[in-house]
Design a protein around this ligand. Structure first.
Ligand code: CTP
Ligand code: CA
Length: 225
């Protein structure tokens, strides 16, 4: 078995993957979330595991299950918890793929009791969450490969390139919600991968498993460069 494992392309490499949404509590029964299913991130974690990597998967609330038992899964709920776990595991990672749909805002105060309905309307004050990917981009040391996603509805490539630069990424995976068959609940996705030299690779509509393979192969090329 040891001999077999050595032949795999990512044997002895550690990768960190995040997946799913985050839930930001308003009170004990309510939260702010998003439609992320976790499918894309789990497919990426599975592919890396199949390639022999030592995989840590930090997952927000999701119904997904991993195919490989050698994936170390850490379940989190909020953006703050995801940040904390990412900071713990990033240092040891050769590559990190930040696939999670992290909430950009979180309630400024979490009510300890259920908020009762009032006569009139209600306002919930929100504060910005920490950009996890940007934080990791600032901490990145020589050789570490950092990959982000960009979910866009307009000016897709320009926005993605801005994120690639701002967050000090090696690759950005652009997901356009305008493409039919791409998005949250589907089993398919259509992505464009942009690298640091702004070289673009546009892929056709494929299953999320196949998209995961494309992404993992690009990351592997960079790790072994
Ligand atoms: N991301 C993150 N921490 C956040 C928000 C986003 O790590 N608090 C990461 C996502 O996991 C993704 C990348 O940043 O890999 C881009 O996320 P996206 O929502 O497309 O971009 P934002 O920078 O949040 O900007 P906006 O939502 O305004 O487009
Ligand atoms: Ca965002």
């Amino acid at each position: 078995l040891a001999k077999l494992k050595k032949k795999l392309p990512l044997a002895d490499k550690s990768v960190l993957v995040t997946a799913g949404p985050t839930y930001e509590a308003i009170d004990p029964v309510r939260f702010i979330g998003n439609h992320s299913s976790g499918k894309m991130g789990f497919a990426i974690a599975d592919k890396f595991a199949a390639m022999g990597a030592n995989v840590t998967l930090i997952a927000g609330p999701t119904a997904q299950v991993s195919k490989y038992q050698n994936i170390k899964r850490i379940d989190v709920t909020s953006a703050a918890q995801m940040l904390q776990q990412c900071l713990l595991y990033f240092k040891a990672a050769d590559a990190c793929v930040m696939c999670a749909a992290v909430a950009d805002y979180t309630p400024a105060n979490v009510a300890t009791q259920k908020i009762k309905k009032q006569q009139g309307d209600i306002n919930i004050e929100l504060k910005k969450t920490t950009d996890i990917l940007k934080t990791l981009g600032e901490q990145k040391t020589n050789g570490q490969i950092l990959v982000g996603f960009a979910l866009e509805t307009n000016n897709e490539e320009a926005h993605a390139i801005e994120k690639l630069k701002n967050k000090n990424l090696d690759l950005i995976v652009l997901n356009s919600l305008n493409d039919s068959g791409a998005g949250f609940k589907t089993d398919t996705n259509k992505v464009t991968i942009i690298d640091r030299d702004l070289k673009k690779t546009a892929f056709t509509l494929k299953s999320k498993t196949e998209v995961a393979s494309d992404i993992c192969l690009k990351v592997t090329e960079l790790i072994n460069k």
